[in-house]
Design a protein around this ligand. Structure first.
Ligand code: ZN
Length: 248
């Protein structure tokens, strides 16, 4: 049976990425995957994570940290910790890495090989503005631009299902799984691989099984001590190591 792994917000956390890919393999996802962007930023293995995602060759969209990592302008509007991590990240990536990131699209709509799902990092209505969908009402403009029944997004690092009913009413669900119903639309955040912010430190991603209309959020343990060690060794802010353990 076809299963599709959807993951994003890896943020240079190689241990978490490897754990998620191993779990997806065990789940039977094979090479049917999609990546929601923010491959780099925050943690200590940007080049390694980028190489791994490139190797997968799956549909991938650009995140705001990917965008900032290839920009040469000053980092404005980001918090100081993210800014420090990004200027460090810029030094770790080769010109070829940056070229690859640069070519990533902001949106991939109606992906034929992935049962016509759509993927975007932040929102469908203004994908380059990097807006945060924190509740059902935030998602209404994005739903207006969503042409497929199912669209995945990332950016908040919090796993969540937003559901638009036939009458236009939007609800949200924090359940770990969902069965999609005809006539409804779904805007789904699978959470973050490399820096979860819902209070659970474990890596988060989604497995979509089209035949069952089923989407499950999976949580995967990884070697967090090793990731923290690398953050400290690289001289990145201590706060980045601490927040991983807190899942914030
Ligand atoms: Zn992110």
């Amino acid at each position: 049976m076809k299963k599709i792994a959807v993951f994003g917000d890896i943020h240079a956390n190689l241990e978490a990425l490897q754990a998620v890919l191993a779990d997806a393999e065990q789940e039977g996802c094979g090479s049917t995957m999609a990546c929601l962007g923010d491959i780099v930023g925050y943690n200590a293995n940007p080049a390694e994570c980028l190489a791994r995602v490139r190797e997968l060759g799956c549909p991938t969209v650009k995140g705001n940290h990917d965008y900032e990592a290839i920009s040469t302008r000053d980092l404005l509007g980001m918090n100081p910790v993210a800014t420090m991590a990004l200027s460090w990240t810029r030094e770790q990536l080769s010109e070829e890495d940056k070229e690859w990131l640069k070519r990533l699209p902001y949106v991939r709509e109606n992906i034929a090989e992935l049962n016509n799902i759509t993927i975007v990092h932040a929102t469908m209505d203004r994908p380059m503005r990097w807006e945060y969908i924190l509740n059902a009402s935030d998602s209404s403009f994005s739903f207006q631009k969503q042409a497929t029944q199912l669209c995945f997004h990332g950016h908040t690092h919090v796993p969540r299902f937003f559901i638009k009913n036939a009458d236009g009413k939007i609800t949200q669900s924090n359940e770990p799984e969902i069965v999609m119903e005809p006539g409804k639309m779904y805007f789904v955040n699978p959470g973050s691989v490399g820096q979860p912010r819902d209070g659970d430190w474990r890596a988060s991603y989604a497995v979509y099984t089209p035949e069952w209309n089923h989407i499950a959020i999976r949580r995967v343990e990884y070697d967090i001590a090793e990731t923290q060690r690398k953050i400290r060794e690289a001289g990145l802010p201590e706060r980045l190591a601490e927040r991983l353990a807190a899942g914030r």
